[in-house]
Design a protein around this ligand. Structure first.
Ligand code: 26Y
Length: 798
């Protein structure tokens, strides 16, 4: 949009006056932020309304991305960037003498998700808008987001995230679009006029679902899409008791801070039905404003199921088509399958959702009836061809449970994993039987990230350097980063790359000092692991690497100095993960307070990792730790963000690490460890003995002993627990098996660091190859292969 600095300043002053009846300089930074955000909202309001009108007018096919988590991050800077006015606005703010980083920092970071899955959902909404695809988000407006993490004596402490205490500027309440979601009661079928059966509901608990819409601003294309988040409220006019009211409010009160396994709670099931039903109802209501014929639904609507949490979309869409639309089962089923698609994000059996039949039937009696019919017909249709045993293994209902992943596959026309290896493993392991039945449904869509946020907004130093080398085309088409590789032997450029990284490390060092009181050297290698804390992600292996280095330093060995940076939240109920947090903090105390380590080794565990902290850490990283046991990490996305910022990946051959290696080249990273088939074989053989490895490797022996021998102060119980997991329970995630090759790969990076030019060349290879992981391309592929929706904005060469 055409905006001059002068015009912006006048608008900003007028907005301040309008909102707070005062002049800008008298406002607090928070008030200034709010005035600016409201102004920006006004700047795109017309485009937002117009985009919606255009979609309706052209009857463009729309995508609805259903996700129980979204992690949009702060929106001010990214909205300014997408509107093409960031530089102008920042110049204006500068003229007004306003501290720009401080202003941006006023904005809260909606923590409406746990980790990768939620962030991916937000990246996809951002990219759909950028690609000019009609894409909507559908989720929950949790009153409390993911807990805020503090450390007290090294332990994780969880504080409530009351993110709506200050009004959230970007949302718009749409009371006129509220719908009613029915829970419980009983339902029976009764003959109706057209000769069929219709359900009669009795004694249901009705809940009002009120939508709050947030704009997803497209990049330089005047398109603005919508993320719709639902809030649960009592139905006006119903005589709810106090207890009922609080049960209703509870539905959208809090995000489950658990991404480790199925939480299993009734409330979570209620949440899932709540946003799924509200979403489906509002889609159908909107559709019916323009169309009579429900058979054409798949021509105009694609509904995507992000992991199994919204998988009951299969049943809810059937319910609406059957009961409200009066269609036959066969018609309704065909429409449902054509409309729905599903992404799986995990291979771990314990994380695949199942619900007890009794609970499901009690909360959603009509959906349960439909589920039984789906199950019945599935068995009847496929048993003759595939045999009863196979069908029993993959039917949607068995042994007293609804199996949501199976239901999602059966009710969708497309199923995908999130990295090549993951999609292959789905076919050969957890979804093997359904792959046998529906091979044509399975496909891969490797995850992506948004370089607009992770490079352009988070790392202006690097962005400007790239501009100077290859011009600015990469900013809208990241595949144009490839020609950057021509500068591989351009020493001046390589040095500038180093300087830009150094500047980001200075900024992160200041944050580390500010938050933790630790002084770190920016000449050191910044070695980063940022992700949820999970046994399978093996933060423990990273800790063992640190202890190996610690022992070497105590031994007088000379190593390039390293600062290890961690960011990770543990599910509050995940005992082992919390013990590892305690361990990392204890190792940090040991190392940071040992004079022998000064300037050589430091550990900084920054609390409360999330999108905004990620934007500070990622640009400063030299090494990206992606060290899950092979075959466990579906994709990973921090690997892509870190690569795009020039970090070298230290990784197992897992998830998207494999594709990163293929893109950047093996010499631009350090791979190690057992491969997926090797892991599978070792586990199947029953021959693995963690203790034998421990006994055979003196350094490893020493490191494992340190957990309990008092070397690391203050971790008696946690150290014992972790040691038992390794030596008594035989090391589920093969930390000891991979220890030696991890240390060797890490030494390879140490050696490379000694040659700054060679290091910068490797960093450059990563940056130049990172464009292919832009989510703009990923969603374009979803559009082409799954949703049948084409980008309106050219998506470039990815
Ligand atoms: C059911 C409940 C306990 C639950 C809640 C959240 C289960 C899982 C999750 C979240 C899973 C998740 O974030 N998975 C990650 O998805 C990323 C995006 O595809 C992947 O990159 C990453 O490998 C995967 O762990």
């Amino acid at each position: 949009m055409g905006l001059t600095k002068k015009r912006f300043i006048a608008d900003f002053q007028a907005e301040a006056l309008h909102l707070f009846a005062d002049s800008l300089e008298n406002l607090s930074p928070m008030q200034q932020y709010q005035a600016l955000a409201f102004l920006v909202k006004g700047y795109y309001a017309k485009d937002w309304a117009q985009t919606k009108a255009d979609y309706d007018h052209h009857q463009q096919k729309q995508v609805y991305y259903f996700s129980i988590e979204f992690l949009p991050g702060r929106l001010l800077a990214s909205n300014l960037l997408n509107l093409g006015i960031k530089d102008t606005v920042e110049a204006g703010l500068k003229q007004l003498d306003i501290d720009i980083p401080d202003l941006y920092a006023q904005e809260g970071d909606p923590g409406l998700g746990n980790g990768g899955l939620g962030r991916l959902a937000s990246a996809f909404l951002d990219s759909m808008a950028a690609d000019g695809m009609a894409g909507n988000g559908n989720g929950i407006r949790y009153q409390y987001g993911l807990f805020k993490q503090r450390f007290v004596d090294g332990y994780q402490v969880e504080l409530p995230d009351d993110w709506l205490r200050d009004p959230y500027v970007w949302e718009t309440r749409k009371e006129n679009r509220a719908v009613i979601v029915r829970f419980g009661g009983s339902v029976y079928l009764t003959p109706c006029d057209n000769g069929g059966l219709e359900p009669v509901y009795q004694d249901t608990d009705d809940v009002l679902a009120v939508p709050y819409d947030i704009a997803m601003v497209g990049h330089h294309n005047h398109m603005v899409n919508t993320m719709r988040l639902w809030s649960a409220e009592p139905v006006p006019g119903h005589a709810h008791s106090l207890a009922e009211k609080s049960r209703i409010n509870a539905i959208t009160q809090i995000l489950y801070p658990d991404d480790s396994d199925t939480a299993g709670q009734e409330l979570r099931l209620r949440q899932e039905y709540f946003f799924t039903s509200a979403g489906i109802q509002s889609i159908i209501t909107h559709y019916r404003r323009f169309h009579q014929d429900l058979h054409l639904l798949p021509n105009f609507v694609a509904i995507h199921i992000n992991d199994t949490h919204p998988a009951m979309a299969v049943l809810e869409l059937m319910r609406v088509l059957l009961d409200d639309g009066g269609l036959s089962w066969e018609e309704a089923w065909q429409i449902t399958v054509q409309t729905l698609s599903y992404t799986n994000h995990t291979l771990m059996a314990e994380a695949l959702e199942t619900w007890p039949e009794e609970m499901f039937a009690r909360l959603m009696p009509r959906l349960y009836q439909i589920a039984q019919e789906v199950d019945h017909r599935f068995r009847q249709t496929y048993t003759p061809r595939f045999g009863g045993e196979l069908i029993q293994r993959c039917a949607p209902i068995a042994d007293g449970y609804l199996r949501m992943a199976y239901l999602a596959v059966i009710g969708s026309h497309a199923v995908n994993g999130v990295a090549k290896i993951h999609s292959e493993l789905l076919k050969s392991s957890v979804l093997k039987d359904l792959y046998t039945i529906f091979p044509e449904r399975f496909n891969n869509k490797t995850n992506g990230i948004t370089p607009r946020r992770w490079v352009q907004v988070a790392n202006p130093e690097l962005s400007e350097l790239i501009d100077s080398a290859i011009d600015t085309g990469w900013r809208s088409d990241p595949s144009l980063l490839v020609p950057l590789a021509a500068h591989l032997h351009d020493e001046k450029f390589l040095k500038a790359l180093h300087t830009a990284k150094k500047a980001n490390k200075e900024k992160l060092a200041a944050i580390i000092f500010d938050q933790l009181g630790i002084e770190v050297s920016t000449n050191a290698i910044f070695d980063v692991q940022i992700k949820r804390l999970h046994a399978y992600k093996r933060q423990l292996l990273h800790v063992f690497g640190i202890l190996e280095a610690y022992l070497a330093i105590k031994n007088g060995e000379n190593r390039p100095s390293r600062v290890h940076v961690f960011g990770a939240k543990a599910a509050p109920s995940y005992r082992y993960a919390k013990s590892v947090i305690r361990l990392i903090n204890a190792v940090a105390d040991l190392v940071n307070n040992d004079p022998d380590c000064k300037g050589k080794l430091a550990v900084a565990f920054l609390p409360n990792y999330g999108v905004s902290l990620g934007e500070r850490i990622i640009p400063a990283a030299d090494i990206s730790e992606q060290i899950s046991m092979a075959g466990t990490e579906a994709s990973g996305t921090s690997n892509m963000k870190l690569m795009a910022n020039g970090a070298l990946t230290l990784a197992t051959l897992d998830g998207a690490n494999i594709e990163i290696k293929d893109a950047a080249g093996e010499d631009a990273m350090a791979m190690f460890g057992l491969t997926t088939p090797e892991v599978a074989q070792l586990k199947a053989s029953g021959q693995y003995s963690a203790r034998a490895i421990y006994e055979a490797d003196p350094t490893l022996h020493r490191v494992v002993d340190m957990l309990t021998d008092g070397t690391i102060p203050g971790i008696t119980t946690e150290g014992r627990e972790i040691q038992d997991e390794l030596l008594v329970y035989n090391d589920t995630y093969l930390v000891l098996a991979d220890f030696r090759s991890y240390v060797e790969a890490s030494h390879k990076l140490d050696a490379l660091w000694q040659d700054p030019i060679a290091w910068a060349q490797a960093a450059l290879k990563n940056i130049a190859a990172s464009g292919q992981f832009s989510a703009d391309y990923t969603v374009a592929r979803y559009g082409r292969d799954i949703w049948d929706v084409l980008p309106a904005t050219p998506v470039g060469h990815g």
